[in-house]
Design a protein around this ligand. Structure first.
Ligand code: PHE
Length: 331
């Protein structure tokens, strides 16, 4: 064999080797004491000075090249002395799946998209102005106590540079209206935070879905239709007809304000706050409250999920417990 042939066959052999042992054999075959290339090196002795000067470096170069290739490939197998067993059954991959709360938010957004609502988002780290002031909840207003707040350290010069973790998704109403004009209809799914004691129905972090529809003639009757459509579709998989009611309530950014309850096993459960957007909110975003009106609502996503899937404790959603989560695999 000449050098070219040796090189070709060695490289082919190295490339097709699939186990460590094969590489060791190749090493012996080419570079071992009686190896092909070793033989070539030995044959240098029989050559004339001139031939040796030409052939010597070439053989040595090839020797080094093959050695390097074998070592590099051996590296791939280092750490495991086991032979690969090509007959072993394949390993089953564990696929993750979407979290039930994400699923509920996606499902809800989809229903609202079907009702011609756009899906919008806003920041979780929010300015005091958007979370409170612009929603008709000025500093020192007792209504602020409705939302136990995580304040961010460091006082800003004013409520626009004073930060908190948003306590509801309502600030996105203001952010949206500052940049867009009526008519429109949006929903805002998102994470909110409350500085509260945790129990089976309260978490320091949970999810809401805000809705806002503004136009010339938008009324509470339109809201009633929208919630009804939403609830019907959302709970379509539950066999019983879903019953709901409006109950008068108070939120500073709506007038009138209502709470929506749904009936479950004979008991009324609160699932959202809602109402007609307060004129002060329109004024804050430079809308003319005599020209437009609208409804707003904020639904508790965790509540919806608990009801739909019969989950007794909100903390389960945040536990990261796979025994719990795996039950939602194909939902
Ligand atoms: N933001 C209110 C809350 O978190 C809910 C709400 C939204 C009420 C919109 C009225 C209108 O409690």
């Amino acid at each position: 064999m000449n050098l070219e042939e040796i090189k070709k066959s060695a490289i082919e052999a190295i490339e097709s080797a699939t186990i460590k042992e094969a590489l060791n054999e190749i090493k012996t075959h080419y570079l071992g004491r009686n190896g092909l290339l070793t033989g070539e090196l030995k044959s240098l002795k029989e050559m004339t000075m001139e031939m040796r000067r030409d052939a010597g470096p070439k053989i040595q170069e090839l020797y080094a090249e093959i050695e390097k290739k074998i070592e590099a490939k051996l590296q791939l197998f280092s750490g495991s002395s086991r032979k690969t067993d090509y007959t072993a059954p394949g390993k089953k991959f564990q696929y993750g799946h979407i979290h039930p709360l994400s699923q509920v938010m996606e499902d809800s957004a989809k229903i609202f998209r079907g009702l011609n609502f756009s899906v919008i988002s806003g920041p979780e780290l929010e300015a005091e102005y958007y979370n409170f002031d612009a929603l008709n909840i000025p500093a020192n207003h007792p209504a602020r106590e409705m939302w136990d707040t995580f304040w961010i350290k460091g006082e800003g010069k004013n409520s626009k540079s004073n930060y908190l973790l948003r306590t509801h998704t309502s600030p996105v109403q203001v952010r949206y209206m500052e940049k867009n004009s009526a008519p429109f209809q949006i929903v805002v799914p998102g994470r909110v935070f409350r500085y509260e004691a945790v129990d089976m129905s309260h978490e320091v972090n949970f999810y809401q879905l805000e809705g806002l529809m503004v136009g010339e003639n938008v009324t509470l009757a339109n809201f009633k239709y929208v919630v009804e459509q939403f609830l019907k579709e959302f709970f379509a998989t539950m066999d019983k007809k879903i019953e709901f009611r409006f109950r008068p309530s108070y939120f500073p950014f709506v007038e009138p304000g209502v709470e929506v309850d749904i009936k479950l096993k004979g008991k009324w459960l609160e699932i959202m706050g809602a109402g007609m957007v307060h004129r002060r909110v329109f004024e804050a975003v430079h809308y003319n409250p005599d020209e437009v009106q609208g409804f707003a609502f904020g639904v508790g996503v965790d509540r919806l999920a608990m009801i739909k899937y019969g989950v007794p404790d909100i903390r389960l959603f945040y536990s990261g417990d796979l025994r719990f989560l795996k039950q939602f695999k194909s939902s």
